[in-house]
Design a protein around this ligand. Structure first.
Ligand code: BMP
Length: 214
């Protein structure tokens, strides 16, 4: 993924028409577009290929199954056009290795979830986040997902993963600050509702981009 803007759009809308309209209009502000279950379930897997003609797609399926099922899921979405995908670490090394292999075979990036951005992540994930980050390094993932809502946790996870990429959701609608997350060590911010649900998504994306320039 080219690091021009440090921004990834979370395209959490429920129609192909709206998704393509937003992707076409906003691709210039973002380095990649993240597509997850809401859009894929609403519009079908074909939306991955359609959006990938406009921007690199990260498939956010938070893959979390046994190795063989993980492989099948990853292959489906990568062969549909995704250039990257997101998997969960808590299912363990062998499951994650299946995702890494599927991604590597297709020159794609795998990002591993460490600690999520919502309050509930403190229940089970936070105490294990550093171990999950270490596992991401051990399986040679491209990077990790870490919470913009807790910049201090980005810092802690950065200290485990070295120079691997951190993509970070939680800015805007979830209350995280873009600047704080970047200062803590995030490489890319994942931003959804504060742009796509804004009255003027272009203006919102442009303002966000400008707010990041020094
Ligand atoms: P929003 O900016 O609207 O809050 O969107 C954030 C996006 O990042 C959503 O697609 C969400 O599923 C995803 N996400 C998150 O918010 N926190 C995480 O820890 C991991 C995510 O993938």
């Amino acid at each position: 993924m080219k690091k021009d803007r440090q921004l990834i759009l979370a395209l959490d809308v429920l129609s192909q028409e709206r998704a393509l309209e937003l992707a076409e209009g906003l691709a210039g502000y973002f380095d990649a577009i993240k597509i997850g279950y809401p859009l894929i379930l609403a519009a079908g897997l074909g939306i991955v290929g359609k959006v990938s003609r406009l921007a690199p797609v990260i498939a956010d399926l938070k893959v979390a199954d046994i190795p063989n099922t993980n492989r099948l899921i990853c292959e489906q979405v990568l062969d549909a056009g995704a250039g990257g995908l997101i998997a969960q670490a808590f299912v363990g090394r062998d499951s994650l290795e299946a995702c890494v292999k599927a991604a590597r075979d297709r020159d794609a990036d795998l990002y591993v979830v460490t600690e999520m951005s919502h309050p509930g992540a403190l229940d089970f994930m936070a105490p294990l986040a550093e171990r999950m980050a270490a596992l991401a390094v051990e399986v040679d993932a491209s990077g990790v997902v870490a919470p913009a809502t807790r910049p201090e946790r980005i810092r802690a996870i950065r200290s485990v993963i070295g120079r691997r990429v951190i993509i970070s959701p939680g800015v805007g609608a979830q209350g995280g600050s873009a600047r704080d997350a970047l200062q803590a060590g995030a490489d890319y911010l994942i931003v959804g509702r504060s742009v796509i649900e804004a009255r003027d998504p272009h203006a919102a994306a442009s303002a966000l981009l400008q707010s990041l320039s020094p």
